[in-house]
Design a binder for this molecule. Structure first.
Ligand SMILES: N[C@@H](CCC(=O)OP(=O)(O)O)C(=O)O
Length: 417
């Protein structure tokens, strides 16, 4: 237990994380990610009407089975290109953003028409990396998802392309879908793409490439995945593996499957249900697609958010004692801080780094930098600059108030791998 020193009430009281609870009973929370290649014909740029209709029927069946479904959909740029009679993605970011602004409305109109035929209400959720890096906005988005699912809608998520600049972009919707899956505590994330599953090599160029059906440990995967995505989309297999790593760490099993045959998701769900009937394990070999098994001990919501925490707002440098203490799961106190970098407020995520001078012989010294982990700070950068090196009881004297006796509480700190 960290001792609280000082009488002032916390200025930034911790917000209690309220991620969406797991669906009760047989009902699962499912996130389906559709890449541009599943939505828009690469040559004609017309929407793939038959695929989309099959998808909507599949979602309808999933809902009849008691599942809750969220779609992460690309396609705004593709649809916008068609509307503006353009034949390929423009070169400048602002043009791409403008095209996405044209296409996003048409994309949602199409979803609304199709889902509307089956009496399914939809909702548009546009997110950016920047806003999700703010803990309170992240939690607001979690709460909105919760209500949208309570209202029985199908939330349809995309990146808010119009406001996302290069530094604050997800860029590909694979990552966004994994973040979404974490936010709603999804049981399954389906990454729909233009290949049937993960292969040991690119099946288009190597006829000996073998299908990989089950992945238990992404780090030990031996596959060649350097190929880029389609001409319109931005992701490829690499971003799918990153997404799978993120989602499985949050306790969400992830499946790569082909977007042109949405019904395969039902096959996988049936196989999963049959498997669960015999065994409690989430590990099974599907007959289609590739399953990435979720981690048995998923990170709790807040720690997952901190670690994958989107954008670090700065860096706090610590001394050896603090570095060792953090590794032993103690909170970070001002006394162990030697420097601060970046401009950030309280309640933002920062990197914690041990910076030390090492003797390298001949009277020479070298600076070594070691990342200890990431944490959510209780004080902003200007406050930390003033209290660094201070004992906890001195914070009140220096700042005139005390928000917390520690700069990063151990519950809000995640060690680097
Ligand atoms: N937000 C963009 C999608 C980004 C993108 O290209 O994603 P993807 O097709 O999944 O690689 C859009 O709606 O066009």
């Amino acid at each position: 237990m960290d001792t609280h020193i000082g009488a002032a009430a916390p200025k930034n009281p911790r917000v209690v994380p309220t991620a969406v609870p797991r669906a009760p009973g047989s009902g699962l929370t499912l996130v389906i990610k559709l890449g541009t290649s599943s939505i828009v014909n690469e040559k004609t740029l017309f929407p793939k009407m038959s695929t989309l209709s099959l998808l909507i029927e599949t979602v309808h069946e999933m809902r009849l089975m008691g599942h809750r479904v969220i779609i992460v959909s690309s396609g705004a740029v593709g649809m916008g290109l068609k509307r503006l009679n353009m034949t390929k993605r423009p070169q400048t970011l602002s043009q791409v953003q403008a095209v996405a602004a044209v296409g996003q409305g048409r994309l949602m109109a199409l979803y609304d028409d199709l889902f509307g035929q089956l009496d399914i209400p939809i909702a548009q959720v546009l997110l950016t990396k920047d806003t999700l890096a703010e803990r309170s906005q992240y939690l607001n988005a979690c709460n909105t998802f919760k209500e949208l699912l309570n209202f029985n809608t199908v939330p349809i998520v995309n990146e808010n392309d119009t406001v996302s600049n290069s530094e604050i972009r997800f860029g590909d919707n694979d990552t966004l879908s994994a973040i979404t899956a974490g936010m709603v505590n999804a049981d399954y994330l389906f990454l729909c793409t233009d290949v049937e599953c993960l292969y040991t090599d690119n099946p288009r160029t190597n006829p000996d490439a073998k299908a990989v059906r089950l992945v238990e440990d992404i780090a030990s995967l031996k596959v060649q995945v350097s190929s880029p995505g389609s001409s319109l989309g931005t992701g490829g297999m690499v971003t799918k593996l990153i997404a799978a790593e993120l989602a499985t760490a949050a306790g969400c099993s992830t499946i790569i499957t082909i977007g042109s045959d949405p019904k395969r998701m039902l096959t996988i769900l049936d196989e999963m249900a049959a498997h669960h009937h015999d065994s409690p394990s989430t590990k099974f070999e599907p007959s289609v697609g590739t399953l990435f098994v979720r981690k048995p001990n998923p990170m709790v919501d807040r720690k997952w958010w901190i670690l994958h925490g989107l954008a670090d707002r700065g860096c706090v440098y610590v001394d050896e004692g603090a570095a060792n203490a953090l590794r032993k799961k103690t909170s970070l106190f001002a006394a162990g801080i030697v420097d601060v970098e970046g401009v950030f407020g309280g309640d933002q995520t920062v990197k914690v780094v041990w910076k030390r001078e090492v003797d390298v012989g001949d009277g020479k010294k070298e600076t070594r930098i070691e990342e200890i982990g990431k944490g959510l700070v209780n004080y902003g950068s200007s406050e930390i600059a003033r209290i660094k090196g201070c004992k906890s009881y001195e914070i009140h004297v220096v700042l005139g108030y005390v928000d917390s006796d520690c700069v990063i509480h151990r519950d809000n700190f995640v060690l680097a791998k």
